[in-house]
Write a protein that binds this ligand. Structure first.
Ligand code: SAH
Length: 266
């Protein structure tokens, strides 16, 4: 049990693995905001928005841990070693990650490194991109008329191919959400059609969901790679595939251009 871990190293530091949500700071949990205001050190990833970082205590030390594709600011072992070192110095550390730390965030791996050293930790979930980005794009992930299940997969390519269970992704009446799928989009669309998905199946790619630069591009499996290229979308982008994407036209509510950074008044 995690509570054991919290008592293993009395008097020493603690690491809080905190989800920062998809970008809009309004989506932070109350626990996350409190910890950001109390932490001595924040170790954060590139997906954490600047508006979220505005909540960090001005006296906290901020350490940027990366990493974008092709920009490996710190290797994963280095990040683990850093967290261990800071906690052993007795620091209260917030390890801040975009979205939810346990969904494609390697949070589990970091905690294993801490657990192996008997370092106390706590996990604060965040709004994962699938949930936050789809909400801000007006695309319900399930809907009784269109999808009764939803899958979250990573589209990160290894050696140019995504090692995905394609037959399970083309089942009818389900929504597929692909994290890290921008670079591999043409291959993903091609494979889905090859495995029996209709060329007309609706698909959306959402860039910068929930912040002022949000862009939503919709299309079909057949024309999406071209549309995304034309729109010049940049990472981070979330891909949503399924009939539910049709609802975007009528349910899109978020107007990124009207977004203002008002103090939250907590
Ligand atoms: N732990 C994170 C996911 C990390 S993987 C979470 O729970 O959300 C990084 C991928 O998440 C990106 O490549 C992108 O697919 C997605 N993502 C995260 N934030 C996003 C945002 N604001 N808009 C669009 N996609 C986002």
């Amino acid at each position: 049990m995690k509570t054991d871990a919290l008592h293993q190293a009395p008097g020493s530091g603690r690491v809080y693995l905190v989800g920062a949500g998809p970008g809009d700071p309004e989506l932070l949990t109350l626990r996350a905001v409190r910890l950001l205001q109390q932490a001595q050190v924040i170790v954060y990833d590139h997906l954490v928005s600047s508006a979220v970082l505005d909540f960090v205590s001005p006296t906290a030390e901020r350490i940027y841990a990366g990493k974008r594709r092709n920009e490996h600011t710190m290797r994963h072992e280095q990040i683990n070693a850093l967290l261990v070192k800071l906690a052993m110095e007795g620091k209260q550390v917030v390890r801040l990650k975009g979205g939810d730390p346990f969904i494609f965030g390697r949070g589990g791996e970091e905690l294993q490194a801490l657990a192996a050293r008997g370092i106390a930790f706590e996990v604060v979930p965040g709004v994962t991109a699938a949930s936050g980005v789809s909400s801000y794009a007006g695309i319900p992930l399930t809907h009784r008329d269109y999808a009764q299940s939803c899958m979250f997969v990573t589209g990160h390519l290894k050696d140019g191919t995504a090692d995905l269970d394609w037959p399970s992704l083309v089942r009818p009446r389900q929504t597929v959400v692909i994290y890290m799928g921008l670079g591999g989009l043409p291959e993903i669309c091609r494979q889905l059609m090859q495995h029996g998905a209709a060329a007309t199946l609706p698909i959306a790619v959402v860039q910068d969901g929930s912040i002022s630069t949000q862009k939503v591009v919709t299309g079909t499996l057949a024309d999406m790679p071209e549309r995304v290229a034309q729109a010049g979308l940049k990472s981070p982008c979330l891909t949503i595939i399924g009939e539910v994407v049709k609802l975007h036209v009528s349910l899109a509510w978020f107007q990124p251009q009207l977004m203002t950074r008002q103090p939250l008044g907590f």
